[in-house]
Structures are given as structure tokens and as C-alpha cells.
Design a protein around this ligand. Structure first.
Ligand code: HEM
Length: 363
């Protein structure tokens, strides 16, 4: 398990902040400049960022154009020998390392990790996809703008967006939509989950591309609603169940969704615990003033949403819940496949699926 997950879990169990681990790999990533950000190209970037121009080279950055899905920057700084900056897999690994570094060190949040809320950001950015119209999805990062940022379902995701701002500042060539999805993949890996192959190619869109409210699931609803919402994105029963298994991570917050509590005792470790508890535990309706939710009979400290319990009420869903509860390897494999699909729906990639990047998880 990655050290971020381990330290965050300790923090949750002891309710004390985890000591941050300082890894040499992450440390070098922190100070590394991406390929192409040296010499004149770097000056071009500095000038774009508003720093004072200097030297005799004249205008350093005449134009910056984002080329194609790869998010390549052209630095037309008067030195025609310099080509466009096209990020390589190694450049994206540096972005991954920076996110992993921040996850390991920014532990004064929730149960000790921003990982779960990053997974939710990537999901809500992607889960607006409509296969009929081709609208929504991760290609656009339109949650940067109101009204989408103010949609009830997106409450609390500013924490995740703000967490990633320093990463965007350090690697300005990456689009927000690539950054948010890469962060979702990185968080799954760093919290002990499966490898999530990833490819770049998303472009940021403007406010006009914001999706209408109501495309994300409503936790108070049942299996019919789940099939409507996830069917619209192109998922089948098995894929829907696997995806919702991400509720092994994180917790609900009264000031965000109105619900409260974690789904299991290790909310910063990716596991099949969500399914095991759905099958093995008895869930009673919680008596409180908040919205209808369920609590475990054994400790009364855990939580299930009405939509979570629909997964064991419905026969078509339940058989997958039981498969995943029994076999964590099967869950990890099928989750990885469907999370990749979620993050890629509607994106016009130029990179082929077989050339997806596999990022190295932190030691
Ligand atoms: C029927 C489908 C789903 C419903 C109704 C649902 C609903 C919710 C709700 C109400 C919360 C609590 C938000 C808060 O108060 O902070 C939440 C959290 C979360 N959801 Fe879902 N969700 C669904 C599917 C998914 C999927 C497909 C994923 C990822 C693949 C996911 C990942 C997460 C994560 C990681 C959290 C924890 C966030 C945190 O700790 O801040 N959910 N979800």
C-alpha cells in the first residue's frame, strides 16, 4: 500500500494527524521542471506568467496556442529552432508525482487525505456525460464555472479543485480536465487501489458548455434512478456496481450532501469493504434529523445511503455486490476498467487505448 494511504489510515484510526513522509522521488518531482521548460522555452513561460521580461531577445512569448488534445504549448519566442512543447509520459508522471507528494503531505483534512475528494471530483467532472448528445463528460472541466460548480451534487468539490491549483500552477501546460482526471487516477493508486491507466487529450471548455443540473445521481433514490443515470452514460449493471464500490473511500458531510459518516473503518484505503459490509452487516435506518440514511447494527458508526442499499435490494445488482465482496482481486480489476471508461467517455483522444500511460505509484 502506498505510504499516503498508510499514514492517512493511521491518522483516521488514531484521530491524530499523520506525520508526513518525505520521499526522495517526490522531493525531486517538486523541484523538477517539465521537459521543454528550460532555456528559452522557460523564459517564454515566465513571461506568460507575468514575470518581468529581460535580456535582448525581444518579445519572448508572442503567442501561446494549445495544440490538439495533447495540450501542447507553442512558444513562439523568436527562436525558430524551438518546436512546440509536447508533454511526454515522463512529464505526466511528474504531475502524478506532485499530486502524490501533496497527498502524502497535506494530511490535515478530513480523515487525513484529500484522496477521496479527488476521486469524487474526477467522477463528478465525468459523470455528466450523455451518450446520446455527446455532451458533458470529463472533456471540458466546466465545473470551474457557475452554474455547474453550484449544482447541489458538486457541494464540497471546491476542496479538491483548490488542492490541485498549486499543481496546475507548477505544470501550466496541462489542461484542467486532464489534471482532474489524472488526479482521480493518482488518488486511487496512492490509496492502495488498482493501477488506473490514463491518457491525455482533454481540452478545457468555457462556461457555455456547462451541463444542466440533474445529471448526477440522487442518493435518496433507488435502482431505477441508478439505471437511468448510469445508463445515460453507457454503463451496464456490472459496471454501475463496480463504480459505486468507490464508496469504500471517504465520507459524507452534513454541510455538503446533508448525509453524514464514512462507509467503513478505513476511508482512506481503497478496498472491497463497501461490498463486504453491504452483504455481512445489518443496516438500520438512522434516527436523526437529517435525510434518510442507514447505520450498521454492530457499531452504529458507519453509513449507507439509500442508493447504496438499492445495490442489495435489486437482484441484478446484488449478484455483482456478492462477487466483489468475495473477491477483492476481481473488484480491483473490474473497477479499474470501468473507472478508465468513466474518465474517458466523450473525449476525442488522439492517443490509442493501447498506448495509455501507466503511472508509477509512490513507494
Ligand atoms: C448511485 C450513485 C452515487 C450516489 C447516489 C453517490 C452519492 C454520494 C454522496 C451523497 C456522497 C457524500 C458527499 C459529501 O457529503 O461529501 C458521496 C461521496 C463520495 N462518492 Fe459517491 N455517489 C455515487 C456514485 C459514486 C461513484 C460512481 C464514485 C466514483 C467512481 C463515487 C465516489 C465518491 C467518493 C470517493 C466520495 C467521498 C468523497 C469525500 O470523502 O469527500 N460515488 N457520494
Amino acid at each position: 500500500m502506498a505510504s499516503a494511504a498508510r499514514s492517512a489510515t493511521r491518522a483516521f484510526l488514531r484521530s491524530t494527524p499523520a506525520t508526513s513522509s518525505f520521499r526522495p522521488a517526490a522531493r525531486s518531482a517538486r523541484f523538477a521542471l517539465p521537459q521543454g521548460f528550460r532555456g528559452s522555452a522557460r523564459r517564454g513561460y515566465a513571461s506568460e506568467a507575468g514575470e518581468k521580461k529581460g535580456g535582448s531577445g525581444g518579445i519572448f512569448a508572442l503567442a501561446i496556442a494549445v495544440a490538439g488534445g495533447a495540450g501542447a504549448y507553442f512558444y513562439l519566442n523568436g527562436e525558430s529552432t524551438k518546436g512546440p512543447f509536447v508533454p511526454t509520459k515522463e512529464d505526466y508522471q511528474k504531475v502524478y508525482d506532485e499530486i502524490a507528494y501533496r497527498l502524502a503531505n497535506e494530511t490535515d483534512y478530513d480523515d487525513g487525505s484529500y484522496g477521496p475528494v479527488l476521486v469524487r471530483l474526477a467522477w463528478h467532472a465525468s459523470g455528466t456525460y450523455d451518450k446520446e448528445t455527446g455532451t458533458g463528460g470529463s472533456n471540458g472541466a466546466t465545473m470551474r464555472f457557475a452554474p455547474e460548480s453550484d449544482h447541489g451534487a458538486n457541494a464540497g468539490l471546491k476542496h479538491a479543485r483548490d488542492f490541485l491549483e498549486p499543481v496546475k500552477a507548477k505544470f501550466p501546460w496541462i489542461t484542467y480536465s486532464d489534471l482532474w482526471t489524472l488526479a482521480g487516477s493518482a488518488a486511487i493508486q496512492e490509496l492502495g487501489g488498482p493501477v488506473i491507466p490514463w491518457r491525455p487529450g482533454r481540452e478545457d471548455k468555457d462556461v457555455a458548455a456547462c451541463t444542466p443540473d440533474g445529471r448526477l445521481p440522487d442518493a435518496s433514490k433507488d435502482q431505477r434512478h441508478i439505471r437511468d443515470i448510469f445508463g445515460r452514460m453507457g454503463f451496464d449493471d456490472r459496471e454501475m456496481v463496480a463504480l459505486i464500490g468507490a464508496h469504500a473511500l471517504g465520507r459524507a458531510h452534513t454541510d455538503r450532501s446533508g448525509y453524514e459518516g464514512p462507509w467503513n473503518f478505513s476511508p482512506t484505503v481503497f478496498s472491497n469493504e463497501f461490498f463486504r459490509l453491504l452483504v455481512d452487516e445489518k443496516w438500520n435506518q438512522r434516527k436523526w434529523n437529517g435525510p434518510a440514511q442507514f447505520t450498521d447494527k454492530t457499531t452504529s458508526t458507519l453509513m449507507m445511503l439509500p442508493a447504496d442499499l438499492a445495490l442489495v435490494k435489486d437482484k441484478g445488482f446484488k449478484k455483482h455486490v456478492e462477487r466483489y465482496a468475495k473477491d477483492s482481486d476481481v473488484f480491483f480489476k473490474e473497477f479499474a476498467e470501468v473507472y478508465v471508461k468513466l474518465l474517458e467517455n466523450g473525449v476525442p483522444f488522439t492517443i490509442k487505448p493501447e498506448d495509455r500511460f501507466v503511472f508509477k505509484t509512490s513507494e
